[in-house]
Design a protein around this ligand. Sequence first.
Ligand code: HAM
Length: 438
Amino acid sequence: MALITKAPRGTKDILPGEAHELRYIERTALETAEAFGYSEIRTPVFEHTELFERSVGDATDVVQKEMYTFFDKGGRSVTLRPEGTAGAARACLEHGLLSEALPRKVSYVTRCYRYEKPQSGRLREFTQFGAECFGAADPIADAELISLANAVFSALGLTNYRLELNSIGCPECRKSYLEKLRTFFHTKTAALCPTCQDRLERSPMRILDCKSPICSAAAAQAPRVTEHLCPDCTAHFEQVKHLLGAMEIPFEVNPMIVRGLDYYTRTVFEFVSELPELTGLVLGAGGRYDGLIEELGGQHTPSLGFGLGLERVWMQLRALQAPLPQAFPCELFLATMTGEALQKAAAIAAEIRADGWGVQYDIIGRSLKAQMKYADKIGARFTVVLGEEELTSGRARLKNMSTGAEEVLSLSEFGEAFERILLRLAQEELEEALAGGF
Ligand code: HAM
């Protein structure tokens, strides 16, 4: 029975009273991206399993251990998306969006699913904001993409993070580097954790970002990828660094960043929290994936993108006590004493709601006292009582719940008069804020 009233491990209910904060983060990210030319795309929550095997890579931890894969009733293997890039790339290819007007820039907010060991900031169902730019090979595209992530953080008031940057080269230069890395780690096999001993043949670069202290110690002496890049990859990386410098975007080169997904080439980066309570938490990450579209059957289309973990971004904003919006307020509660008054309340509410203000009235037949208690509980800014007397006189007393001040309004133009009051108060608040110099 307990299972019915308990959310599955690694999932998080986002409750009334907080959901609007996540909505604000999502909207801010999508709107910031729009200013950079990114249009929103929505793709299915599940895809053919093969898509992730081909893109994310069948040797990666994500594909090997973390995917929610199942057979549907038609016997096809499908997978809940573990990340957003593969679906966005598939959809752009399928709908011919990569055959004209490049670069094609798409952004999304999606729920992702990974069967990971849950811990603070690590969920099995989480939300990614992603931005993908298809058909842009030049280093300026890398710098612009990173500046978009920075712009999202800045629009949200998110600070105390650092950008770590690396280049993992192209398949050509990586081939000889991987050989060197294998040779190096072969001399240290005994000093590696069991997972990394396993990785040695399959994906030796992953040993570099293993969190186990013994592997980190062994990796410290390992050959650096940045010292084994081909001339083109070196030039690309130098240009990206130069352009970030010119855009005044601070970064640190971290040759240990390798990323856990197979599609990356050249530039890779991570945004890492520097708050003591979230130290090391990766808020978002991305990079180039110049070969992915070809791997999925398209033309050669150099591309790049990033994904932000929005629950982590939210954690960071809360830890920073950054300003997050209030829940949508109830500006007016119409308390009613008769059936006729209730009809009038509904008409007034409809008029004011149509202009975007929050209005409520009683819909469960409560006593006047209980209605006023409820209005207080939901934080209604104003209340008005409508009964026989008010309907007969055509006037009602509007009460400001925080100051106690009252004003009599005519019922025939109640909506208009009330909205004028709201606008006047908004103007006064703005003037007060300006006088305070923000
Ligand atoms: P990723 O590094 O696997 O990259 O995930 C991106 C971000 O999603 C992470 O930096 C983190 O903030 C968040 N994240 C990942 N796993 C979890 C989890 N279990 N719980 C909470 N948050 C999580 C990608 O997914 C790539 N698709 C990013 C990308 C887009 N690269 C190019 N384009």
